[in-house]
Design a protein around this ligand. Structure first.
Ligand SMILES: Nc1nc2c(ncn2[C@@H]2O[C@H](COP(=O)(O)OP(=O)(O)O)[C@@H](O)[C@H]2O)c(=O)[nH]1
Ligand SMILES: [Mg+2]
Length: 197
């Protein structure tokens, strides 16, 4: 009976981690995941030269061709499954499958290349998927106020913008908690609107 009880209280939520190429998606999933993250990377080859812009991501020699997958237990009974989306345009065909069943998304942003996150922001806005924007702070770059980023991305005022360091487990966890809370509010508001309460 214990088994049945713990089964009924456990909640597993699916979350996407999106954003442009080299913004820190694989790093974030790896930093927070309590299982060895499953990732599919390939050495950057001349085949991707000119397609994957590496000018701002020195030292990066692998690229995620499929996706990152990780798991984190937030509360004893709240488990998040993280799916990192491939950042390159040529993998857009996967997004509709990946998004199925997701309660929300983290859109990672590098302020040096803000425009790289526009497709992800558009994608989630169009499908009405709750998301938070997480500004991954790279060393030596200017720190922007979340409000500046929100204005630059023309976000809905309710969409949270948080600063983070994708390498830090605690920082990544804060981003995920912000998303779960935000998604909870959005879904609750929709249920209320639908029931006419
Ligand atoms: N300085 C710094 N480097 C980072 C940070 N996050 C990621 N990186 C590095 O940036 C590069 C790209 O990160 P990666 O997670 O592979 O990007 P992805 O393409 O979005 O999965 C890697 O070499 C990371 O080690 C960060 O917060 N600060
Ligand atoms: Mg990656």
């Amino acid at each position: 009976m214990d088994f049945a009880r713990s089964d009924s209280t456990d909640l597993a939520l699916k979350i996407l981690v999106a954003g442009g190429f080299g913004v820190g998606k694989t790093t974030l999933v790896g930093a927070v995941s309590e299982i060895r993250p499953l990732r599919t990377e390939e050495q950057l080859t001349s085949a991707s030269a000119g397609i994957d812009d590496l000018s701002h991501v020195s030292g990066k020699t692998t690229t995620t061709v499929a996706m990152d997958f990780g798991r984190i237990t937030l509360d004893e009974d709240l488990i998040l499954y993280l799916f990192g989306t491939p950042g390159q345009d040529r993998f857009w065909f996967m997004w509709d499958d990946l998004v199925r069943g997701a309660i929300g998304a983290v859109v990672l942003v590098d302020t040096r290349r803000l425009a790289d996150c526009f497709p992800a922001v558009d994608f989630f806005e169009h499908r009405r998927i709750p998301f938070v924007v997480a500004v991954n702070h790279f060393d030596g770059t200017r720190t922007f106020h979340p409000d500046e980023v929100s204005r630059a991305l023309d976000l809905d005022g309710d969409t949270p913008v948080v600063l983070c360091d994708a390498r830090e487990r605690g920082s990544g966890k804060t981003v995920l908690i912000t998303l779960v809370e935000h998604a909870g509010k959005v879904h609750a508001a929709r249920v209320l609107a639908e029931t006419g309460a």
